[in-house]
Design a protein around this ligand. Structure first.
Ligand code: PSU
Ligand code: MN
Length: 298
């Protein structure tokens, strides 16, 4: 069922380092046509650290683990690429659709292919009005049942971060801050909340991975929260966030369209500054995930 790119398959067979990458950030999270170049840069960042990238997506109904250039271009530039969470995968595949996978769907497919490391931008989580809208990303329950280590810059700051942290706890998803005591806020280094555990080196993290295996605690994900180095201007961030949330309400956006809508409002309203921050943090996460994968394989 999985079409694994030969380079990825060979590396996995040899026990070598592979890093899974999601595709929704490419199709729905970043504006065209820069998204294609950025997708390549994310893959290059993984390679530069000595690991093999496996961007995951559905291309004409085919689940691909590792994309060639043509497939990457289809995801980045084609019209009508569907945003697929786990529940959408089988339906989209049966229809021969081309779809980009979210964190939940990517993690599921990566784990099935035997990939242990995954890098993304920010996880989905509990939305701010969730007490009335019930809008909680399927990323959370998805990660609760998927054996994978995901490197991210926390959860997107458009979310209710405190509620998301509570849900991560309830769902039994381990969270460590990488070189920080603070849970990162995607565009910002500090979401205003503490992180339950801090890890200061790749070596220490590999120790955690080994302990997870020994204790048979690999049913759910481990979240490695890696703060952005150079954050977005906070005042700009808070102003734009308020505008974007209001615009989403006025436009009556719901379901899978909420997150792409808010992100693209952000990119427009910050004159591209949030997009640049998004790119910086994804690249940093790809590099860190690759370093962990290399250390864990060695
Ligand atoms: N991180 C980014 N940009 C994105 C996303 C994450 O930097 O576009 C995507 C991921 O694919 C994540 C999804 O799984 O947003 C969450 O969407 P939702 O809130 O609808 O579950
Ligand atoms: Mn949602």
């Amino acid at each position: 069922m999985l079409n694994v790119h030969p380079e990825v398959a060979a590396t996995l067979r040899a026990g070598g380092p592979v890093v899974a990458l999601e595709s929704t950030i490419v199709s729905h999270g970043l504006p065209r046509p820069d998204n294609l170049r950025i997708a390549r840069e994310i893959e290059d960042a993984v390679r530069a650290e000595g690991a093999i990238p496996a961007t995951i997506a559905l291309v004409d109904g085919d689940v691909r683990i590792g994309l060639d250039d043509e497939a990457l271009e289809a995801i980045a530039l084609r019209d009508g690429v569907v945003k697929c969470s786990t529940r959408d995968l089988a339906i989209a595949a049966a229809r021969g659709a081309t779809g980009a996978t979210t964190v939940a769907a990517t993690a599921h497919l990566a784990a099935q292919a035997g990939i242990e490391l995954f890098a993304t931008g920010g996880l989905g989580g509990v939305h701010r009005e969730a007490s009335t809208t019930w809008d909680e990303s399927a990323d959370l329950v998805g990660l609760a049942r998927t054996p994978i280590t995901v490197v991210c810059a926390g959860v997107k700051s458009i979310l209710d971060v405190a509620a998301t942290l509570e849900r991560l706890e309830t769902l039994g998803i381990a969270v460590v801050g990488f070189g920080t005591d603070r849970f990162p806020g995607f565009y910002l280094r500090d979401s205003g909340h503490a992180v339950p555990w801090r890890v200061d080196s790749v070596h220490e993290l590999v120790g955690v991975l080994r302990a997870r295996a020994r204790l048979d605690l690999e049913d759910s994900a481990l979240v490695v929260a890696n703060p952005i180095e150079e954050e977005l201007d906070r005042e700009l961030h808070d102003r734009v966030l308020a505008d974007a949330l209001a615009a989403a309400t006025v436009a009556g956006i719901y379901g899978r369209d909420v997150t792409p809508f808010l992100l693209s409002r952000f990119h427009e309203a910050t004159g591209g500054e949030s997009r640049d921050a998004n790119v910086r943090l994804v690249l940093a996460n790809a590099r860190l995930a690759a370093r962990i994968a290399v250390a864990a394989a060695g």
